[in-house]
Ligand binder design. Structure first.
Ligand code: HEC
Length: 445
């Protein structure tokens, strides 16, 4: 009952100063029933409920209250909800953004400081419904997928080292089409041990040889599905195969005959999608060093950098940094040699390898990159004992597949434009007085 005493003390401390200051707005503190329950429902319960990945359930006052001091800390530090994307630099308009508003953070802090009171139980909202584990997240908006591709079966052991399973399967696609959305879904049983699951097309070239084609989908723990933005065509090729690269990290539970699935949603007639005028989009990984050519010394730090440019204008639709345990931050900038401008597009300076999000820019806010401009990706590593996630600062760390090795790349969905499309998009944004890379520089905010 130590926690109850602690909370009692918090409430006494919080009330005391208000006696001498009648105008203090904290005197009217938020309650669980009125404000906090709704914030927890909207921001936390998707993971913090029975059977989900959060280690504790937050579906009632009784469940939430013992954790109040830790909730205050995690929320105030921006560690929960887990979404590592800087709020003070770069494009802030993101789809599926899990970051909480400052107002909601302040409400939680004020509630905990006031002793985390329940308030009037009649003000409690109805319980919220959530999609079950093992079900398509996008189904809520799009219905069941039009086409499903499954990996070949594989037995996941209960314990052991990292494992890779790289089967090839038939795609079952008999017509090349643009897709509306794609989602990778680990099985319900192996949900906790499927660390990454990437899939790509394998297509036949003119000589009839099978060669690697474009990326189909990319999944890392915590990732939801992906919608292809308006006006872009991401193609699934007919008569193709799909190559899988699945990374399991055993979590104590053996799963027989496991299969990971990819669901594909196509445009239907109601979507009014014009395939002819759509620009091709692809999702690829962009490296920050040539061929993984880096070594982080024991108790040392390192920075890696990669430059990429295109001979045609492009639109960047999403950005997903990928680093492991020594990685602490990544940024994406653009340098335009014609104007001399260099600008940060996105930055994650509190990297946490437990969470991988594809930061998808809102329509109309995707960075537009002129032909010849350079995209600069920078990653920082900390192999000292100061990095709380570092498993062993005495090790030399190089590039590799294991979680204890490092990685240095970013997944970027790129729509390949022509001059006409680029100018048109720029003009649309200027008309809406929105910020763009090529013209507005750092004028936002
Ligand atoms: C996407 C899933 C997800 C969401 C959303 C989420 N959490 Fe978590 N939370 C987790 C997982 C997984 C852990 C355990 C691993 C970790 O700490 O990263 C965790 C851990 C925690 C912990 C314990 C940390 C510790 O050190 O023991 C607290 C407290 C917490 N979350 C609070 C919250 C609150 C409050 C919210 C909403 C404002 C929230 N979480 C939203 C998944 C989530």
């Amino acid at each position: 009952m130590k926690k109850t005493n602690l909370l009692g003390l918090f409430s006494a401390l919080a009330l005391a100063p208000t006696l001498g200051n009648a105008a203090d707005p904290a005197a009217e503190h938020p309650t669980y029933a009125k404000e906090v329950s709704r914030i927890i429902q909207d921001n936390c319960q998707i993971c913090h409920q029975p059977g989900q990945i959060g280690p504790m359930s937050f579906t009632s006052y009784e469940e939430v209250r013992p954790w109040a001091p830790l909730i205050r800390m995690k929320v105030a530090d921006g560690e929960m909800p887990p979404y590592q994307y800087d709020s003070d630099v770069g494009v802030q308009e993101l789809k599926g953004d899990w970051r909480m508003s400052q107002e909601d953070i302040d409400t939680i802090v004020a509630w905990v400081d006031a002793g985390s009171p329940l308030g009037n139980p009649e003000e409690l909202p109805a319980q919220k419904e959530f999609p079950a584990i093992g079900q398509w997240r996008l189904a809520g908006d799009l219905g069941q997928p039009d086409h499903i591709i499954q990996s070949a079966k594989w037995d996941v052991p209960a314990n052991g080292q990292d494992l890779w399973w790289e089967p090839e399967v038939d795609s079952g696609i008999d017509e090349s089409r643009c897709i509306k959305a794609v989602e990778t879904l680990p099985s319900k049983a192996a949900h906790g041990s499927t660390h990454h699951a990437n899939s790509h097309f394998i297509v036949q070239n003119e000589e009839g040889e099978w060669v690697n084609g474009s990326r189909l989908s990319e999944y890392a723990y915590g990732k939801l599905g992906e919608m292809v933005p308006e006006g872009a065509c991401r193609t699934v090729p007919a008569n193709s195969k799909v190559g899988w690269s699945i990374h399991y990290y055993p979590d104590g539970k053996a799963v027989e005959d496991d299969q990971v699935s990819v669901g594909i949603w196509y445009y239907d007639e109601e979507d009014e999608f014009d395939e002819e005028s759509a620009y091709p989009q692809d999702l690829r990984s962009y490296f920050l060093s040539s061929g993984g050519d880096y070594l982080i010394p024991p108790h040392g730090k390192l920075m890696t950098q990669g430059m990429h440019s295109f001979d045609h204008p492009v639109r960047l639709d999403s950005w997903q940094p990928h680093l492991h345990l020594r990685g602490v931050a990544m940024s994406m900038e653009v340098f335009d040699p014609k104007t001399g401008r260099r600008e940060t597009l996105s930055q994650a300076s509190n990297w946490n390898a437990g969470w991988n999000h594809s930061h998808t820019y809102e329509d109309g806010h995707q960075p537009l990159i002129p032909a010849g401009a350079t995209i600069i990706l920078t990653a920082w590593y900390d192999n000292t004992a100061d990095n709380p996630r570092n498993p062993d600062p005495d090790q030399w760390v190089g590039a590799g597949q294991r979680t204890t090795d490092e990685m240095s790349h970013a997944w970027i969905a790129v729509t390949h434009l022509d001059d006409e499309g680029y100018e048109q998009m720029l003009a649309e944004r200027e008309a809406r007085e929105q910020r763009t890379v090529a013209t507005a520089g750092d004028s936002h905010d």
